[in-house]
Design a protein around this ligand. Sequence first.
Ligand SMILES: *Cc1c(COP(=O)(O)O)cnc(C)c1O
Length: 444
Amino acid sequence: MDDQTGCEGDQTAVGDTETAYGTGVEGARERDSDDTLAEFATHFETPEDLYLDGNSLGPISDVAEQRLEEAVEQWRTLGIRGWSESEPPWFWYGERLGEQLAPLVGASPEECVATGTTTTNIHTTVGTFLDTLEEGRRGVLVNDLDFPTDHYAIRAQLRQRGLDPDEHLHLVESRDGRTIETEDIVAGMDEHDVGLVFMPSVLYRSGQLFDIETITTEAHERDILAGFDLAHSIGVVPHRLSEYDVDFAVWCSYKYLNGGPGAVGGLYVNERHFGTTPALAGWWGHDKETQFDMNLEFTPAESAGAWQISTVPLFSSAPLLGALELTHEAGIEAIREKSLNLTSYLISLVDEHLDEYGCSIGTPREHERRGGHVAIEHPEAYRLSQALRDSGAVVDFRQPNVIRVCPAPLYVGFEEVWEFVQLLADILESDRYQSYDREPSGVT
Ligand SMILES: *Cc1c(COP(=O)(O)O)cnc(C)c1O
């Protein structure tokens, strides 16, 4: 794992040798012809040519669809025998997917399982670890730029233990509304009752990448547990959870992993914690050897599998199996390198072509502080995002002034990034975004 590049906490910048390329669309095409991952785009189908929203919902791939069709066929031909006779056996599907997920997060196979969703996995892991903490040390440290569901779940888990969330959920505040300083997280650990730190790997809005190693090390020095939400990084940023001794992590599979809408999520639990009783126990987390003895007493599996609750949802798991084949074929290190090159290129084009229209970059520019998407800030971000969508560029809007642009490395090329910037410049120049409503409604 020593040759991992551009990993969180890694100071070595992955290089985009800007000077080697020409300017204009030619420069974009030259980059594409040097791109060793370019052919992977042929596996994917997107509804629009400029699909730059893969950090919200990754597109379908031929392999994902094929694995789904196989699962349907197994259901048809095997019926209940599919639990043991299909490949992989449905009974072990969550664990088999866990083995495939483990290298992406830098964990051993037993430390990962595909199960639940990000939110249910936060409920069960945070609940579990709150139960291991002493009275008076059951405060949780989070930050004020988090994805809201994380707070909803943690607050609910605190309440269920008779702990008032207003008192025991501690918020690290952002200084600039975009990013969170590591030193502020570390300072927050000294709040009197903090026993657990729960942070995202990448902030969903600005795209800031957190320093997981430092946060974990500093937490452990204070006898604090460290958990992470990897929803916005898994599949695009390599992680080293075991090496950094992270206690637990959760994620979803429908963003950079391209597992499909509502795909089964995943979690990691450090092997040190195997045997701990899950807060939301269910028979699917029972020791598999004796699960069908149907004992009324719960015996947790000696693995992250213990945190499963219910029967694996096969049709929201099978596409992930296929999608992971593509991720591994490309290699997470190569994916990260291309991702950084794409976002560096996008940032340089925004600086060059869109600055004059009032666009600015809300994402950290240092490689080791940047995930896979870029936040372009503009006061008219909402109307611009609508105009972009109607012109065939799928991006999303986040309050109050952010257009999120995600050039996902497996299916977006440099020429598309170039086209996107030209399109946005054209929309700004022509003022045609002004015919849209000012305010969003519904799913953005
Ligand atoms: C996408 C995302 C979620 C989504 O939660 P679900 O339970 O899968 O709906 C949660 N947290 C973060 C940080 C996310 O980026």
